[in-house]
Structures are given as structure tokens and as C-alpha cells.
Design a protein around this ligand. Structure first.
Ligand code: URP
Ligand code: ZN
Ligand code: ZN
Length: 465
């Protein structure tokens, strides 16, 4: 199968130009002006933007909170409709099992034959026994060269203390496994949570009060110092506080290989959303917590100036009616509400409408944050760029589209959308996954199981700079 896309505005992380793209089989064979190829399909993209398919390096299709599990890979077509063609899933090490074994099992059971976009995995270490630490290099051999530790969830089996993080940093460095952290101080959260509950402050709004910016800043700084001691790169996931940005920026300026991402919801939602009437605030319970305009402005500045390197979704498909209500009723509190919000489908829509259209970031910067950098950071060698030899993951973007973001147009399989009613300018009109059309007129037209596992190469960006 071959496709010739003509006369589009091709946007890369370096710039934009008018031109054509020729795809043969699964990859990009030519890019240039007035290409003349006899293709099976020729597409006139006049007036449209051509972007690389997005790489969402932070999704949860297996996350479980107090026994309740998110929607899985059967909803990954929502990524495609949102212009994302590769997702990277965090897989918890299962109790009593190895790191690689846990991912291998999950991959076979819950991704293969189901995924509708390409996929890769991050390990999450939950049980830092000596033999598990020794196993870390095996992750790189298996194509899973990134591992996250949760600093935030005291008392939960997946919480990690400094000892585990430091050991992981030392061992990861030997083999090119990048260590990632969810940076919040679990003890601070625990003390504040207990105080708030004792005062009867149990509503969703108090989730944000229980984890103010200093909680994130302290853990970010601590993780950075642990990484300095180990002389190892560090990647900080879902940065939301301006103080945490400052820690990362300063470490980077000191010469440390510290990188970070933020997520779409932190760029446009507010901690006031947690105070919505009734129990509606529960829809906005995610960690770190949503913050204020001051922090949002700092995040936009940070992604524009490259102080943060990617924008992910942190997609977490918990529904409102049942799962978020685990924190409602007698004896319950915000601490019982599953953390996370669904946002797989709207990452590009948010970046375009509220970033590019409002002059906060350029189109090239969007491409870098949405596709190019997440591919590099995670060692996905043929993803995230419109260039010869790369996978033909291509988005034809119609900037003239006008609509509203709503759960009614959403295929994430969740009963609410945190961006409900938000204006949407532009949309991914057509999407190709390795040369196969999977979205047409904004609708998913691909097949279940079409997504393929993409191994990550060790020594991703963090080691090469
Ligand atoms: O609230 C969040 N972010 N939920 C997903 C799990 C995590 O901490 O990333
Ligand atoms: Zn997290
Ligand atoms: Zn997450």
C-alpha cells in the first residue's frame, strides 16, 4: 500500500514548509515539493497541516486504585482520534514477580491483539528486593528501558522510599534504564490528609489542600539530589507546580540530566474545579493536584522555553458514577477517590486550541512536545518525526474545524470528560498508523489489535546529551 499526501503544510519540531509526503508500506519514503509517485491513494491536503502522529508517554490502562481499575487498551482508539499513534503504558511490578515478567504478562494478556495504536511500556517497581534491583538492566534488554517509582502514595504497595529510588538510579545507569519519579512528599500528604479528615474537611476540594505545591517541590528537589548522588539521569513525570519547574530548571542549568513533562489537564484546569457543586469535584481529583492560574502560566512558559520537555495525558479512565464515588458517603473522604482523569483523546486539541491558537507555543514547539521529544526520551527510534525512514504515523490536521470538547464525542469509554464544554479549534481529520488509515473524517476506522509493540532503545535522550 502506498499513499501520497500532497500540498500540505508539513510541521516538524524544527519548522514548517509546504510539501508532499510519500509513504510506501509502513514508512515515509520521500518528503519534498511536487513529488511525483503513482500511489494507491493520493490525498489533497491543501490548507491542512501535516503533523507526526503523537507519542503519549504517560498513559494508564492498567492502574488500580484501592482495587478499582481503569479502562484498558480496548479504549486505545481514543488516542488515534486525538492524533496519538503511540502510547506508553506504566505497568506495576506484580507482588512476588519480576519487573520484566510483570510487563511481559500484561503485554500478552491486555495489549496484544487489543491495542489500536502502537505501544511501549514503562516498568513501575513496587517491590525493591535485592534481586529486583539486580534485574533492572534486564528491562533494557527486553525493550522496556524506563522505570518509574511513586514517591507519593504512603501505605500503598506501589509507594517507593528514597532507598529504592537511589538504588534504582545506580542500577538503571549501568544499563541505560531511565528512572522516572512521581514526585510528591508522601509523609506531608499523609499528615495533612489526616488533619483535614479530623476537621471534617472530606470533600473533593480538600484533595488539593492535602498536597500543596511545596509537597511537589520538596520531592522533586529530593529526587534531583538522589540523581545527583548517583550521577544518573532523572525524568520527573506530571510536573504541575511552578516551584517544581524551578527545581528542574536549576538542576539542568547546573549540568544535571534532569527532564520533565507536564500534562494537558494542568495547562487548562484549575484547583477551583475541585470545588464544583455536589460531588462533581471528584472528576478533577488527580495527583499532583490541579493548581491555579499562576502555575498554569508558569507551565506554559516552561514548555515553551524547553524547561519541560513533553506534554503527556496521564490518561486514567476511572468513571464518575461508580469509581469516583468510592470517596462519597459516610466515613469516606477525598482520600478514597481514585486519582486520575481521562484525557487520552484531547491532548492535541488542548495544545492546539489553548497553546497554538492563543500564541503560547508555536506549531513546531507543539510537535516537539506532542511527538518528537517523547519518542526520543523513550528511545522509540522511528516514531515522532516526519522524516524519511520513520514510521508513517501521520496526522492530517484541519485547523478550520470548530467544535466543543464533550463526553458526547468521546470514545475513551468513561462517563465524563474533564474538559467538558471547552472550545475546540481544529481536529485530527485523518490519521495513519504505519501507513494504514485509522482515522477518517475524525472517526476511528482502524481495527482492534492493529497496534504493535515498539521496543524502546536504552540510552534514550537522557543519556545521549
Ligand atoms: O492522579 C494520577 N496522576 N493518577 C494516575 C497515577 C499517577 O500517579 O500517575
Ligand atoms: Zn503519578
Ligand atoms: Zn500517571
Amino acid at each position: 500500500m502506498s499513499v501520497l499526501i500532497k500540498n500540505g503544510t508539513i510541521v516538524t519540531s524544527e519548522g514548517e514548509f509546504q510539501g508532499d509526503i510519500y509513504v510506501e508500506g509502513e514508512s515515509i519514503k520521500a518528503i519534498g515539493k511536487d513529488l511525483e509517485y503513482q500511489a494507491d491513494e493520493t490525498v489533497d491536503a491543501t490548507g491542512k497541516y501535516i503533523l507526526p502522529g503523537g507519542v503519549d508517554q504517560h498513559v494508564h490502562f492498567s492502574f488500580t486504585y484501592k482495587g478499582s481499575k481503569v479502562r484498558g487498551f480496548e479504549t486505545s482508539n481514543a488516542a488515534a482520534v486525538g492524533g496519538t499513534t503511540t502510547v506508553i503504558e506504566f505497568v506495576n511490578q506484580e507482588q512476588g514477580k519480576g519487573l520484566v515478567e510483570s510487563i511481559d504478562e500484561y503485554r500478552k494478556k491486555e495489549a496484544e491483539g487489543i491495542a489500536m495504536v502502537d505501544y511501549s511500556f514503562h516498568s513501575v517497581m513496587t517491590d525493591p528486593r535485592p534481586e529486583v534491583i539486580e534485574e533492572i538492566p534486564k528491562l533494557a534488554e527486553a525493550g522496556y528501558p524506563t522505570m518509574k517509582l511513586f514517591m507519593a502514595y504512603k501505605g500503598m504497595f506501589f509507594h517507593a522510599d528514597d532507598d529504592a529510588i537511589l538504588q534504582a538510579l545506580y542500577k538503571g545507569k549501568e544499563a541505560g534504564v531511565t528512572i522516572m519519579v512521581h514526585a510528591e512528599n508522601a509523609d506531608m500528604i499523609d499528615v495533612l490528609t489526616k488533619q483535614l479528615i479530623a476537621e471534617g474537611k472530606t470533600a473533593p476540594y480538600f484533595h488539593a489542600v492535602s498536597r500543596p505545591p511545596v509537597v511537589e517541590a520538596e520531592a522533586t528537589r529530593r529526587a534531583i539530589y538522589l540523581a545527583e548522588l548517583a550521577d544518573a539521569p532523572l525524568y520527573v513525570v506530571h510536573v504541575s507546580a511552578k516551584e517544581a519547574i524551578e527545581e528542574i530548571k536549576q538542576a539542568y542549568n547546573r549540568g544535571q540530566a534532569v527532564y520533565g513533562e507536564t500534562c494537558s489537564h494542568y495547562l487548562v484546569l484549575d484547583m477551583e474545579d475541585l470545588g464544583r457543586p455536589g460531588f462533581e469535584g471528584a472528576k478533577y481529583v488527580c495527583s499532583p493536584a490541579l493548581r491555579t492560574k499562576e502555575h498554569r502560566d508558569a507551565l506554559w512558559q516552561a514548555i515553551n522555553r524547553k524547561w519541560l520537555n513533553a506534554v503527556s495525558s496521564d490518561h486514567c479512565g476511572f468513571d464518575y458514577e461508580v469509581q469516583k464515588h468510592m470517596g462519597a458517603g459516610e466515613g469516606k473522604s477525598f482520600a478514597d477517590i481514585p486519582n486520575g482523569a481521562p484525557s487520552l483523546q484531547n491532548r492535541l486539541n488542548i495544545l492546539w486550541t489553548y497553546g497554538v491558537c492563543e500564541g503560547r507555543i508555536s506549531m513546531s514547539r507543539l510537535v516537539d512536545l506532542f511527538a518528537t521529544m517523547p519518542a526520543k526520551i523513550n528511545g522509540l527510534e522511528k516514531k515522532g518525526q516526519l522524516a524519511i525512514g520513520y514510521d508513517a504515523d501521520i496526522v492530517i490536521f484541519d485547523s478550520s474545524y470548530k467544535g466543543k470538547i464533550s463526553v458526547a464525542n468521546n470514545i475513551e469509554g468513561v462517563d465524563y470528560c474533564p474538559f467538558e464544554g471547552f472550545e475546540q479549534k481544529g481536529r485530527p481529520e485523518t490519521v495513519y498508523l504505519r501507513g494504514n488509515k485509522i482515522v477518517e473524517n475524525g472517526k476511528y476506522v482502524g481495527n482492534k489489535g492493529q497496534g504493535r509493540f515498539i521496543p524502546g532503545k536504552p540510552y534514550g535522550l537522557a543519556y545521549s546529551e
